[in-house]
Ligand binder design. Structure first.
Ligand SMILES: [Zn+2]
Length: 399
């Protein structure tokens, strides 16, 4: 086991490395500042923790003659050493959770700004995310990068509200802007974080009440587990889906369904199901979409093909998932309350523009619209539709 002093030195080195990296990035563009500030404050917090541990280690050395490798016989000294080791491991994991998770995306952002082959697409993504957050009514800073998967990393700034977010689309889809409508879900997570208290206050009691109505014959432990899954994970995932549909409409749903067709729609990540199964998510999205009653859009075609697909799947029912987690007595009221809790429907205003741009693209005409509208239109066209003209149109000259 590493000695406490070498562990302290190791953490200090990592903090110094993070500081160097921040200095290197500081000369860059302004968008990155909230993220660097966040890391800086986190580093300061880690440094304060480390200072305290070091003071205790000095006391242990001078009072109890502690040296590395020497077994302590005094009970109080052993107790103190245990405390020091525990604080060190806490400091290390806090540093990992805070700076270590934010810094690599910040570095990716800087790199993607200068890497020529990616640069044009990265700037396009940044532009898209800017328009998408504005369209969704969000003011929080959002940094956009390409990484291994779609995610939304929240940096809850200790002194600054709202939080900063890092949104990622996948590298493999960097050149496929039509796929970016998937980010509607990630924006949904930003909205959820922003109004977490409101969503929990409005939705959680209804879910808890629905679980209370499940017959007593169901195992109590399983019921508690299922309720916990709903409140801790599924609630926010379904809110994020609902926001995505109400923000981007059919463009989001059509791209989500593509993912759902490639995955097993019935799979639940047991034993800790973070996401609801795809079939619940798709059926919910289709219901929300239908509720928007967008003129000239017929959700029944979507619905029909999804239902046909589901019918052809062999149900590998897990009794806990089917009978408890997906009890209709919970699913039905949960969908209803989530749908009414997400009030804003910017998709309604966006939709006529998306239709116009889509029709224009189909007959080789370019309408004067923004990137958000173009990406939304591309999401509704066949995968093989050429996207170069759209990319060229929105790519900053000279990049
Ligand atoms: Zn999610």
């Amino acid at each position: 086991m590493a000695s406490p002093q070498s562990k302290i030195d190791d953490i200090r080195n990592r903090i110094a490395f993070f500081r160097d990296t921040i200095v290197k990035h500081q000369a860059g563009r302004l968008e990155i500042v909230p993220f660097l500030q966040f890391i800086e404050e986190e580093l300061e917090a880690s440094e304060r923790d480390l200072q305290e541990v070091e003071t205790n280690l000095q006391i242990l050395k001078s009072w109890f003659g502690y040296q590395d490798g020497v077994i302590l016989t005094d009970r109080q000294a052993r107790y103190m050493l245990t405390g020091i080791l525990r604080s060190l491991s806490n400091t290390e994991s806090a540093l990992y959770l805070r700076a270590d998770s934010v810094l690599p995306p910040v570095q990716a952002w800087s790199f993607q700004e200068i890497d020529l082959p990616l640069r044009a697409y990265h700037q396009l993504l940044t532009q898209y995310v800017e328009q998408l957050t504005k369209h969704a009514g969000l003011e929080d800073p959002h940094m956009a990068i390409f990484a291994e998967e779609y995610f939304n990393l929240t940096c809850a700034h200790p002194r600054q509200s709202p939080s900063a977010h890092i949104l990622s689309a996948t590298c493999s889809e960097a050149r496929m802007p039509h796929r970016w409508s998937i980010l509607g879900h990630e924006i949904g997570h930003s909205i959820y974080d922003w109004q977490k208290e409101y969503f929990e206050r409005t939705i959680s009691p209804e879910i808890t009440a629905a679980f209370r109505l499940i017959p007593a014959s169901v195992d109590r432990k399983e019921l508690l587990e299922a309720e916990d899954t709903w409140l801790e994970n599924w609630l926010q995932e379904l809110v994020a889906d609902c926001v995505a549909v109400k923000t981007l409409g059919p463009s989001y749903v059509s791209q989500f369904v593509i993912d759902a067709l490639e995955a097993n729609p019935l799979r639940v990540e047991l034993p800790r199901p973070i996401h609801p199964p795809m079939h619940l998510r798709v059926s919910f999205q289709l219901e929300v979409l239908e509720g928007l009653s967008l003129p000239g859009f017929d959700p029944s075609a979507f619905k029909g093909s999804w239902e046909t697909y589901l019918r052809n799947i062999v149900y590998g029912a897990n009794p806990f998932v089917e009978n408890v987690l997906l009890d209709p007595g919970v699913v039905t009221p949960a969908k209803a309350i989530i749908t009414s809790a997400v009030q804003s429907t910017p998709a309604v205003e966006l939709w006529p523009r998306v239709r116009r741009v889509k029709e224009g693209l189909e007959c080789n005409r370019m309408e004067p619209e923004d990137l958000l509208t173009y990406v939304s239109a591309l999401s509704l066209l066949p995968r093989s539709f050429p996207q170069e003209r759209v990319v060229q149109r929105f790519t900053v000259a000279g990049t």
